[in-house]
Each structure stands twice: as structure tokens, then as C-alpha cells.
Design a protein around this ligand. Structure first.
Ligand SMILES: Nc1nc2c(c(=O)[nH]1)N[C@H]1C(S)=C(S)[C@@H](COP(=O)(O)OP(=O)(O)OC[C@H]3O[C@@H](n4cnc5c(=O)[nH]c(N)nc54)[C@H](O)[C@@H]3O)O[C@H]1N2
Ligand SMILES: Nc1nc2c(c(=O)[nH]1)N[C@H]1C(S)=C(S)[C@@H](COP(=O)(O)OP(=O)(O)OC[C@H]3O[C@@H](n4cnc5c(=O)[nH]c(N)nc54)[C@H](O)[C@@H]3O)O[C@H]1N2
Ligand code: SF4
Ligand SMILES: [Mo]
Length: 755
């Protein structure tokens, strides 16, 4: 492997100075000396438009090939990302060759995985799944998928399980990630997915970034914020995070709340906005309905509700001074265009849905909506959580295009569109992620297909759920053989990754983009779609799953979508091959796509309305009165600190991909516990000490690093390193509505090992 710069430290410094952006981008900033060293040795013979495999930014890229191998990656100038990519994207060139790629199926016998043929592996799965269904009913089977599968793959799995096998036990990692955002949008607008677009990043004057660290997790988006800020002195960036992240360091205002208390801040901001007359009264009158969650209430009731949340009343529990709350509320309401951005610090919370409701509410009551730069915007994590999972309804309570399994009309519509007998789709919602792994543990789910996700590392309270997977007939489709999840597999299937297969990713602004197949997978590895198609055939569902190639599945799916307000029938493979993606709604093949929803330009807006929240019968968006409730994890004498978890720039989730790429591994280093020096001093912990972190859920050991980024009393760890499986200690409480776990708030004790 080519070493990129002589000294890893200086390389990381350089990348960080560039906002983590990749080699192709760094040129724009004049970092030429180091840049040349970063350009890979091999030059490409041919270039192909594709999409980055990693995050929900969904950067359009050019993939350089030589001798059937990926040798270079560049940002695509015509993409929404305008040529910008981050370090993970630029290192995609090494992904197909990572160590440990699976090349043959494996079947466990006498406790050991042994190589087998595809015929044996798929034959066994079909036989065992049929047996389990016949003996225990369809709900003893489950599919656990991923926002990193292609849309065609998630759509097919969802259809096979819900309309074929007859169980709604279809869930996946977007439950851990975007469920609160989806629930929040659906309650407010009657439809999921953001009203705004990345383009809004170029126009806002106030950016309200809460529970998100886009500097590390969505670098091209944050770079757009910084570029806009450099152009205009009026721009103000506000960051709300218990850690002083690089995002916070680049912001004008950083509020550092106690983990788990954000709803106090949002309600207090609303209180200031209402009390100080900062609402947009016309917008409120014409386009908003207020609700206490059960009934419609009036504005006076909203105002009354907020009286408990004056800045002075909340400041001590929140950990942010009242005058700061007032200042931020003014800036939010008064700027010419306010864009709020949030991710996991908000979604992964027992009040995640309420927090999402309130973030949308702040933009609505101030009329910061539907103009360039004025929009609420939930930033998406995975490359295909939106298009692949939320839009296809591949979650336990959903059917495609925003339909619900509990709604008889919705079931009937889907049965008709899928051509199955009335009554085929079960009326019972399946198990959501946490419930699913508990059902495996309890022995209620006896057979599961896990695809493109590594819950053995990434579920909260993971040890418990490893036991569940071990107990079950667990089929794991993976690219590597030694993920935590693969260790539990009864059958392990070798998967093709990214541009070894073809399919569509739908990123965070409703944009669908095509990844072409450019190279061959190693050995006998094959696409997840082909596994699903063959499994369906072997189980007797060949007629139901009649679309067998990516293009055939896509065509079926886009015609399906025409029966909904998620209509993208006009987005064909041919258009996707030619264009750097299209944003839905996009009903016809000559439609240019839709940048902003619920405003003119959106094909569903009726007549000459300036705003039309057509997802709700009365055409209004709903502002909810959402009371703050303390997080279930509170600091006690036994567990006096908060553990919070998250990501670093160079690593992706459980690290099975990025921790095997030398440059990214060296740049991130091993994961450690980040401890505020004040806490470290109190606990007599020095940098480099081995420490033990214990919660009511489990214990993890790791090295301490002193870092004043987390606020006092807060400990941070990332989860990419299999040597520091922080999820052993992370609590698995979840939001009662979205069922998304609260990864961000666990009460722990911290001690030096042996002390
Ligand atoms: N480099 C990199 N980028 C990624 C990913 C990756 O693995 N690596 N994964 C992608 C995915 S799937 C996702 S979901 C996104 C996640 O993107 P982000 O949500 O931006 O990343 P996280 O690090 O999970 O969490 C964001 C911040 O929440 C803060 N936080 C913790 N508790 C609280 C709280 O109580 N209140 C508030 N306000 N903030 C809190 C943390 O300190 C952290 O800085 O990133 C995507 N992009
Ligand atoms: N402590 C803590 N835990 C968290 C979070 C947190 O903030 N803190 N965040 C949560 C969130 S937001 C998310 S999204 C999840 C992510 O959790 P996971 O999805 O479990 O994590 P990944 O490492 O992305 O797992 C993807 C797996 O798919 C494999 N793979 C890659 N490409 C393919 C393919 O094409 N086909 C197949 N079959 N396999 C493939 C990879 O090798 C990898 O093992 O983690 C959650 N866990
Ligand atoms: S920002 Fe996300 S999509 Fe863009 S290059 Fe980086 S990892 Fe890939
Ligand atoms: Mo995520």
C-alpha cells in the first residue's frame, strides 16, 4: 500500500485543516505540497460516474479504473457536492481489496464454519426457513436489513417477507438511526422525508446545528456552510452539543447542554419566540394546526404550555445560561433564513420523536420555511436509509411509500399492487430492532436473515443480543468473515459490495442516484439482490419476486410509487445513468425533480397555494406541545457520569471496512475514552491509563485520553474499534414512538483498572 505522507500525524492535521475533505478537493484550498503526495500512484484509464458508498451525504463521484481495479476516486463536478468529497470517499479505492473478504459461502457444523457451495447454503436456508415457518408460523422468521443495501435489495426483501412469507418482521439499522426523524416528519407533515434540500446550505443566514457533528460526519455539507459563512458576514452558525466538536469549534456560538436535556432548550426557545412576538403570525394562522398529541388545541394553549419553559426555569437542568437561550432564540427567529440541521444527538434519544417535532415546530412558528435557506433539515446517516428503507417501508410497522401495516386500506392497496391475495399481509406490526433481538433471545424468532449490517457490534447492550443471534438460525450476508455478527452465523454468505454490483442509493435530500457495476466481486461473492431472488425461488415465491435484475426491480418499484405522493415514476435507469441523480417527487420522465416540498414547484401542491402541506387532510403542518421528560439514565452515586458515543471523521461505524484501510486506520488510531481533564484529575486517571467504564448494562475496558471537548461529567467513545466494544455498556432504552435506542445517554462509573 502506498504511504501517503511520511508522518501520519501531519497527514491528519492536514486533512483536518481541510475539513476532512479528500485529495481531489484539497486542491481548491491550495494544499498542493501534501496533495501531490496524496494522489495515488496508479492513474486511471477510464472514469465512471457513481456514488460514494459511505454516508448519507451521497456524494456523486467519479471512479477511476485500471485493469479492472478501482485506482482513484474524485468528486464529480456536476454532483450536488460540486466535486467535494471527504477522506472516506477518496479512500474508497482501497475498499474492494480489504483484508478478509469472504469469497465462498460457509455453513456451521459442530460449532465451526466450513466452506460450502451456494447450492448447499441456499438450499439449507430455504429448507430451515420453511421448516420454522411450518412449525412455528411466519412470525418466527425475520429479516434485519440496512440503510447500506441498494433500494432494489431492501424493496425485494421487504416484499418477500411481508407479501410472501407473511410476516412483518422486517427491520434494520435505520431503526437505530433515522426512526425518530421519520416519525417526527410523519407526525408534522403527514409524510416522511425532508422538505428542504442541500441547496439550502448555500442560502441560510442562521444555521442551527443540534446533536450533529457534520465536520466529521458530513464534511461536504459543513464545508458548504463554511464557504457561505466566508462570503457573508451576516451568517451565524450555532452548534448545540455536549462536546466541543470540530463543528462546535467552527461555529460562532456553542451551547454545551447536559446530555439528554435538549427538549428544555427547544421549548425554552419556543417560549421566548412566542412571548417576544417573534412568531410569523400569518404563517401560523394560515398553515399551522396545534396539537397536544391527542386533540387540536389553539395558539393560546401552546403559549400556556410553554410557560413552564422560560429560560430562567430551564437553565440549571439544561446547563445553558438563560441569556444564551434568549440570544439563540432571537437569532433563529430573526435571521433572513434559518436552517436547522440535526442528526444522532437528537434522533438517538428516548424523546427523539418529540425533539424532531419541536425542531420542525421552531421553523414553522417563525415562518422559516420553504424559502431558500429557510428549512428544518434532518441530516441522514447512511447512504440509503432514506431511499432504500424509509421510502420502501422496510421497517416493521411500515409498508411502502408511507403506508402503515396496521391500516387495512394500506394493506389492501399493497396486496393489489403486488398481486397477492387479500389478507396476505399481516395486520400485526413486526418486531422493531430492539424487540427483534430480544425475541431471538427469548426463542420466539428462530430464523433470521441479516444483511449488510453488523448488529453484533452496533446494537446497544450488544452482549445480550449476541446471545440472541447465537441461539437463532442466523444467516449473515457479509463482505468480511470476522465481523462480530458473522461470529454468530449459522450460514455466512459472501456479498459483493458497492460497485461490484448495480443499484440505486437515495440520499438525504430525496435524491436517487445509480451506482453502476464496474468491477467483479472476489471469488464466488455475489450481490445481496441475487441472494434474495434465489432464496425466494427456492422457497416457492419465484412468481412474487419476478423482477430479478436491478433494473427490473427498479421499474417495478417506480411504477409502484406512482400510487403515492412519493411518486418518482419519472426516474428511470436511463435518466440516472445520464444525470447526477434526481430528487423526488418526479412523476414523469420529463419532470426535472423537486428541490423543495410543500411549496410551488412541488407537483402535489394544489392550485396557486404558497404552501400546501398536502400530507395532512387540512393542508396544515402540525405543531405539537411536547413536554420534557428526564432521560431514563440519570447520574447517581453509583453511576455519576454520562457516557455518550458517536463517530470520528476517518472511520465508518463498526470499522469492518474503514479500519482495514491503512491510511484511515492510522489517521484515526485505536478508539479510546475521551475524558475531560477535570474529571480525570478527580478520578486520578492519567492519559493512557486503562480504565473500566461500567453501566447498569455492562462493562467495557479501554484506554483513557484527556480531552477537554466533552463537558465535565461526560465521557465520549467512538464505536469503530472491535477492541473497544463500547456498546457493551450502552443502555438500550428506546423512544416509545420511534423505538430508536438512546445511544447518547448512559449513566456510568469510571475507574482506573486495578484502582
Ligand atoms: N465519519 C463518519 N461519518 C458518518 C458515519 C460514520 O460512521 N463515520 N456514519 C453516518 C451515520 S449512519 C450517521 S447516523 C451519521 C451520524 O452523524 P452525527 O449525528 O453528526 O454523529 P454522532 O457522532 O453520532 O453524534 C453527533 C453528536 O451528538 C452529540 N451528542 C451526544 N449526546 C447529545 C445530547 O444529549 N444532545 C445533543 N445536542 N448532542 C448530543 C455527540 O457529542 C456528537 O458530537 O453520520 C454519518 N456519517
Ligand atoms: N454506540 C453507538 N452505537 C451505534 C450508534 C452510535 O451513535 N453509538 N449509531 C447507530 C447507527 S446511527 C447506525 S446507522 C448503526 C450502524 O450499524 P451497522 O450497520 O451495524 O454498522 P456497519 O459497520 O455499517 O455494518 C455494515 C456491515 O455490512 C458489511 N457490508 C458492507 N457492504 C456490504 C454489502 O454490500 N452487502 C453486505 N451483505 N454486507 C456489506 C460491512 O462489512 C459491515 O460489517 O450503528 C448504530 N450503533
Ligand atoms: S461525505 Fe459521505 S458520501 Fe461524501 S465522500 Fe465522505 S463519506 Fe462519502
Ligand atoms: Mo446511522
Amino acid at each position: 500500500m502506498t504511504r501517503v505522507v511520511p508522518n501520519d500525524f501531519s497527514r491528519r492535521e492536514f486533512l483536518w485543516a481541510m475539513g476532512g475533505l479528500g485529495a481531489a478537493t484539497a486542491a481548491a484550498f491550495g494544499g498542493w505540497g501534501v496533495l501531490e503526495a496524496m494522489i495515488p500512484a496508479a492513474t486511471a484509464d477510464e472514469w465512471h460516474k457513481a456514488v460514494c458508498r459511505f454516508c448519507g451525504t451521497g456524494c456523486t463521484i467519479n471512479v477511476g479504473l485500471r485493469d479492472g481495479k478501482v485506482v482513484d476516486i474524485r468528486g464529480h463536478e456536476d454532483g450536488h457536492n460540486k466535486g467535494v468529497i471527504c477522506v472516506k470517499g477518496s479512500m474508497l479505492r482501497s475498499l474492494p481489496q480489504i483484508e478478509g473478504r469472504l469469497t465462498k459461502p460457509q455453513i456451521r457444523s459442530n460449532g465451526k464454519l466450513k466452506e460450502a457451495s451456494w447450492d448447499e447454503a441456499l438450499g439449507l436456508i430455504a429448507e430451515r426457513f420453511k421448516e420454522i415457518r411450518n412449525q412455528h408460523g411466519p412470525d418466527a422468521l425475520a429479516f434485519y436489513g440496512s440503510g447500506q443495501l441498494y433500494t432494489e435489495e431492501s424493496y425485494t426483501a421487504n416484499k418477500l417477507f411481508k407479501a410472501g412469507l407473511g410476516t412483518n418482521n422486517v427491520d434494520g439499522n435505520p431503526r437505530l438511526c433515522m426512526a425518530s426523524a421519520a416519525a417526527g416528519y410523519t407526525q408534522v407533515y403527514g409524510k416522511d422525508e425532508p422538505p428542504g434540500a442541500y441547496e439550502d446550505l448555500d442560502h441560510a443566514e442562521c444555521y442551527f446545528i443540534m446533536g450533529a457533528n457534520p465536520y466529521e460526519c458530513h464534511p461536504p455539507l459543513f464545508e458548504r456552510v463554511m464557504r457561505h459563512k466566508a462570503r457573508s458576514r451576516r451568517v451565524v452558525v450555532i452548534c448545540v452539543d455536549p462536546r466541543r466538536t470540530p463543528t462546535a469549534e467552527h461555529s460562532d456560538i456553542h451551547l454545551q447542554p447536559v446530555p439528554g436535556t435538549d427538549l428544555l432548550l427547544l421549548n425554552a426557545m419556543a417560549q421566548v419566540i412566542v412571548e417576544e412576538g417573534l412568531t410569523d403570525d400569518d404563517f401560523v394562522r394560515e398553515h399551522i394546526r396545534f396539537s397536544d398529541g391527542q386533540n387540536t388545541v389553539d395558539f393560546a394553549a401552546f403559549r400556556e404550555f410553554l410557560k413552564d419553559y422560560t429560560p430562567e426555569k430551564v437553565e440549571s437542568e439544561l446547563g445553558v445560561a438563560a441569556n444564551e437561550i434568549r440570544r439563540v432564540a432571537y437569532l433563529f427567529a430573526r435571521s433572513r433564513a434559518t436552517m436547522s440541521l440535526w442528526t444522532m444527538g437528537i434522533n438517538q434519544r428516548t424523546q427523539g420523536t418529540f425533539l424532531n417535532n419541536m425542531l420542525n415546530a421552531l421553523n414553522l412558528i417563525t415562518g422559516q420555511f420553504g424559502r431558500p435557506g429557510a428549512t428544518p433539515f434532518s441530516v441522514t446517516g447512511q447512504p440509503n436509509a432514506c431511499g432504500g428503507v424509509r421510502d420502501t417501508g422496510s421497517l416493521a410497522h411500515l409498508l411502502p411509500n408511507g403506508r402503515a401495516v396496521t391500516n387495512p386500506e394500506h394493506r389492501a392497496e399493497c396486496e393489489k399492487l403486488w398481486g397477492v391475495k387479500p389478507g396476505t399481509i399481516s395486520a400485526r406490526p413486526g418486531y422493531h430492532a430492539v424487540a427483534l433481538f430480544r425475541a431471538m433471545e427469548a426463542g420466539d424468532v428462530k430464523g433470521a436473515l441479516i444483511m449488510c449490517t453488523n448488529p453484533g457490534a452496533t446494537m446497544p447492550s450488544r452482549e445480550r443480543y449476541m446471545r440472541g443471534m447465537e441461539k437463532c438460525f442466523t444467516v449473515v450476508s457479509e463482505i468480511v468473515g470476522d465481523s462480530e455478527t458473522a461470529k454468530t452465523a449459522s450460514v455466512l454468505l459472501p456479498a459483493a459490495l458497492w460497485c461490484e454490483k448495480e443499484g440505486v442509493f437515495g440520499q438525504g435530500e430525496r435524491r436517487y442516484q445509480l451506482v453502476p457495476k464496474l468491477i467483479d466481486p472476489p471469488g464466488e461473492a455475489r450481490s445481496d439482490l441475487s441472494m434474495l431472488v434465489e432464496l425466494a425461488e427456492r422457497m416457492g415465491y419465484g412468481e412474487l419476486i419476478k423482477a430479478k435484475t436491478p433494473n427490473e426491480v427498479w421499474d417495478e418499484w417506480r411504477h409502484f410509487s406512482a400510487h403515492s405522493k412519493y411518486n418518482f415514476e419519472g426516474i428511470t435507469y436511463d435518466r440516472l445513468k445520464a444525470l447526477p441523480g434526481l430528487q423526488w417527487p418526479c412523476p414523469t420522465e420529463d419532470h426535472p425533480g423537486t428541490v423543495r416540498r410543500f411549496v410551488p414547484g412541488d407537483p402535489f401542491v394544489r392550485g396557486d397555494k404558497k404552501f400546501d402541506f398536502y400530507g395532512n387532510k387540512d393542508g396544515r403542518a402540525v405543531v405539537f406541545l411536547r413536554p420534557y421528560v428526564k432521560a431514563p439514565e440519570q447520574c447517581t452515586e453509583e453511576f455519576p457520569m454520562y457516557l455518550t458515543t458517536g463517530r470520528v471523521l476517518e472511520q465508518w461505524h463498526s470499522g469492518t471496512m474503514t479500519y482495514r484501510i491503512d491510511e484511515l486506520k492510522q489517521a484515526a488510531g485505536p478508539a479510546r475514552f475521551h475524558l475531560n481533564p477535570a474529571d480525570a484529575y478527580r478520578l486520578r486517571i492519567a492519559e493512557g491509563d486503562d480504565i473500566e467504564v461500567t453501566s447498569a448494562f455492562g462493562t467495557v475496558r479501554g484506554k483513557a485520553v484527556l480531552d477537554d471537548a466533552p463537558r465535565e461529567g461526560v465521557l465520549f467513545a467512538a464505536f469503530y474499534d472491535a477492541k473497544l466494544l463500547v456498546n457493551n455498556a450502552v443502555a438500550d432504552w428506546f423512544d416509545p414512538t420511534s423505538k430508536e435506542p438512546e445511544y447518547k445517554v448512559t449513566a456510568v462509573s469510571v475507574a482506573k483498572v486495578g484502582a
